[in-house]
Ligand binder design. Sequence first.
Ligand code: URA
Ligand code: ZN
Length: 367
Amino acid sequence: MSVVDIHTHMYPPSYISLLQSRYDGAGSAVPYIRTFEDAPDDPRLIILPDEDAKGGRGRPVGPEYWSVEQKIAFMDTHNIETSVVSLANPWLDFLSGFESPTWAAKINDDFEAICASHSPRLFFFGVLPLSGPPLTIIAEIKRLQTLKYARGVVIGTTGLGRGLDDPEMGKIWEALEETNTFVFLHPHYGLPSSVYGSRASEYGHVLPLALGFPMETTIAVARMWISCVWDRYPGLQILLAHAGGAIPSLAGRLQSCLEHDGHLRGNGKEEGPKRTIQEVLKQNIYLDAVVYGEVGISAAVGLVGKDRVMFGTDHPFFPPLGADEKEWLSVRTNYDAIQEAFTDEQDQDAKGVLGGNAIKVLRLQVD
Ligand code: URA
Ligand code: ZN
C-alpha cells in the first residue's frame, strides 16, 4: 500500500536566503530568520504575525526546512512513498507586486528541480505571485501546467489582499478552473491576537496554531461559499488544510444561518449560494487528514466522503521535542487516528485516505 503525504512543506534554499536577508536589526518586519546574541548558532524562524512581540523567538530552523535529503529521510522513516510538497507560509504574500512574479517563477522552478531529483517520489503544489498584476498570476498558473511535477497551487486566505470573496479574485478562480488546477488552501494569519488575551505570551504557539489557523480557514471558506464563488466556478476544486478547521462541525449551522437570514433570503429574496454548503463540500472540497484525532477524521469523511480525504503530516512543523525520537509523534497521531476511524471491513477506505485518493485525484504516476 502506498502512503502519500499531501500536506508537507519546504522552503527551498533561495527562499531561506530571502528570509535571512530580511532581518536587519530591531524593527525588521516578519517574516525573517535571525539569531540572538546569546545563541549565535541557533537560527530562528519568525513568520507568524506578532510572533516577534514580547521577546518571542519563533522556532528553530534547520535543514529539515530546506534539505530534500531530509525530506526523503523523513518519508522513509514514516513509510511515506510519495509527497506533494508545498512552499510553507507565508509564501510570497509579503513581497511587492514588482518582486513576487520573479520569485514565484524561481521557487516553482526550484521545486520542479527538487522533484525531478527524486522522481517519482516527489511532486509539488506551486506558488502564485498573488501580490502581482492578475495577468502575471494567470501566466504563472498556465506556466505551471508545463512543469512535469506540478500538481496544483498552494494559496493563503488573503487572495489579492482582500480575501477570497473579493470579486477581483474572479479572474484568478476562472483561470484555475479553466486549467483544472487543484488548489491547496492553507492558513497563516490566524485570528487577531487580542482574542488570546493578555496572557497569550505564556501559551507559546498553542492557541494560534491549534485554533487560530483552523478558524482562519473556516472563515475563508464560508466567505467563498456565501459570496457564490462555487456557483460561478463550479469546477473549482479546493483542498482545505487541517481537515477544513471547524467546517465539519459548523456546516449545518452555516447553512441554517443562511436560510434564516433576512438580508440574503428574506421577503422573497433568494440571494446567496444556490447549492447548500453540504453539497459544495461533497462536490468541490477535499480535506486533509491532519486533524490528530479519530472523531475529526470521521467528521471529515462524513462530510465530504471517503474519497475526498487525504493523509498529510505538516512536516517539518510539529517535530518531536526529544532530540532522539526518530518517529514523529505528530505523524503517529495522524496514522492512529485514521486507523481508529475505519473498521477492518473498511480497510479499502482507510487505504484511500492514506494514499489511493491522492494518487487518483492528483495523477501521481509519472511516465
Ligand atoms: N506552523 C506554521 O507556521 N505553518 C504550518 O504549516 C504549521 C505550523
Ligand atoms: Zn501546513
